[in-house]
Design a binder for this molecule. Sequence first.
Ligand code: SAH
Length: 359
Amino acid sequence: MTSPRPDLAELELQELEAALDARGVERFHARQLYRWIYRRGVTDFDRMTDLSRDLRARLQTEFDVSTPRIVSDERSIDGTRKFVLELSDARRIESVFIPDTPSMTFCISTQVGCAMACGFCLTGKMGLVRNLTAGEIAGQVRVLASATGLLDFPFNIVLMGMGEPLHNYDPTMKALRMLHSEYGLAMSPRRITLSTVGIVPGLERLAREPLMPNLAVSLHATTDEQRTALVPPNRKYPLADILEACRRFPLKKRSRITFEYVMLDEVNDTPEDARRLVRLLSGIKAKVNLIPLNPAPGIPYGRPSDARVDRFAQILADRYITVSVRKSRGQDIRAACGQLIVEGGTKKSAAQQMALLLR
Ligand code: SAH
């Protein structure tokens, strides 16, 4: 049996140079390939017109460039677009384009499903199906940038789709390096935000990364008892440990850690919760992003009234904590936070689809 052809979509620039070198092809072609694949969105070697015919023919026989395939592209009335993407093993993930927030943002997945099992999140109900590869993570950005016509424009990335990025650490960081390459999309890490439930060893590794994205921590509760009930990994990594890792986290000038807080009606949205949150965050350069729950069938919580959200936000603001309330985008197409789950055709329910995925 012949071994599979190397997949250029999985290679960092230096790895691509080495792969070409090993085949007697000049290394500088790696930069040209990166430009075609990332900056121009072209993966068909035949269309790479600054490469010689001979080289194109060789690349064609010796390499692959796999790219997630768009299965559906739904538009919300607010302009949000939800893409269902199919991977080479036919697994599916979702990625979301959110226009104007304040700039263009792609919300990218890092796993098929998620092992964290947060009590209010639909993706958590799927369980973990598998990790995404670096090429699949970066590939979502290539696909969305092409599909939205944004290859030549600035955009932001949030790792807030399906999955827990620090539970798939190496591929996630490798994908960020691929997107950062100056011959590709040249993305600044300031335009990338990694959101995590707070896996402490992962936070400690992240603190030492040369290429450091902005950090968002999904907090959601102010006591260990309540947080463990809502975010099960809290049993292993309790609040004090997460906040200690945040205190030690190196921040660039003017930057802050974002704490996300999903608001569940009459569960974690009381004035006492808000006051406890203020105390927990003392000594941390923090801002708080309140996310009123996006309700969904099978999720046993409700969305608080605007008045409850405002009262909570006011308590934080009165203690000089920067606070914002996340607008829910794309709810009509189930593209909002916590609503990403791969659903089949309209006849299959989410639960049926989950059962299929988990077989
Ligand atoms: N695993 C990472 C990345 C997923 S981000 C993390 O948890 O941070 C997804 C964000 O949406 C998280 O802050 C998550 O808590 C939030 N979220 C999940 N379900 C939600 C729901 N039903 N309504 C609103 N926000 C939700």
